[in-house]
Design a protein around this ligand. Sequence first.
Ligand code: PMP
Length: 383
Amino acid sequence: MLANFSLQSALDEQRQKDLYRQLTPIRHGVTPTIDIDGKTYVNFASNDYLGLATDPQLVQAFSQAAKTIHQVGSGASHLITGHTLWHEQLDTTLAQVTGYERALTFSTGYMANVGVIQALCGKDSVIFSDKLNHASIVDGAILSRAKVMRFGHRNYSQLEQLLSQSSAKQKLIVTDHIFSMDGTIADLDALHALATRYECALMVDDAHGFGLPYQAYKKAQPQADIYIGTFGKAIGTSGAFVAGSSELIDYVTNFSRSFIYTTAMPPVLASVTKTSIAMSHTDTLRSDQLLANIKQLSQGLLQQNWQVGIDNQIPTTAIIPVVIGNNDRTLQLANALKSRGFWVSAIRPPTVPVGTARLRFCVSARHSEQQISDLLAVMQTLK
Ligand code: PMP
């Protein structure tokens, strides 16, 4: 019991609203299958979009790196003695693949978003943020003490109105590229044009795009001034980075608290991440398969008349939401899918707006055509 902290009543309230969450220990696997409590499920809940997390070549690279580097923890934060040759090589590779002047690795995407926004913005800045941006962007904005102006999801005419009314000197537009609960895509051309017209900086979080055919950067001409990519999804490892001008990276190195005051990621992880980036950027077989799988599942769901996505747009990314609305019904459907051998997330408020609870299917290149048609057959029975 913590005096005056009413933890139990808050938990009870979560239960009443069908929002109570618990951890599920997973024995093995990411995609296409996972083992839980001795049972195997086809996993449609993971961000391992290319199936690299369990790729034999990558697992081999991991154990080889462990033998060569012979060091588990980095032992310190980057600016003390934690920044090893492998971190430096990873940063160089990231600058090369993205086409930015420099890049800097963080331990997680959450920390990258929080740390970059906190470093750049202060109480005299204004942050223009898409209403569906990831929690780490929201938290970074709160931590920065800047004024935050939210615009409707991909509502760029509303954004323009807000920009035209703002007299702030320091303005930052920030957006997810692929929205994590909706699978929708930000219009970076429109945002780039607005950023130029209203003299704002543009920051794009490409957590769900980096390493995939629809990633946000165009190497020759970066649209975003500040690019965030993560490794825990298509890259199949863990960690994240910010890419931008040399000046930006120098600034973040000096002022970003979640970069400065934390232990650097293990050097083996930096090394294997570099290998994985090379694999994801050179071998198109996996990404071609991913695109085919996205098409098979999204078209199948649309044919069955599920509400796919908020605005019934045909999904083109690996995140395919089926909006149910009611929390209870969403949980029932997720449980029915589980009992038939499919692991799918029931996403509920506060992660998504009230009344838009959904099943969120994440497709991987490792799913077979059969696994997807089996899933569709089960979905048909649940209609
Ligand atoms: N941004 C977005 C859009 C995300 O979906 C996530 C992960 N859910 C993150 C940032 C955080 O990345 P990480 O898991 O590496 O902390």
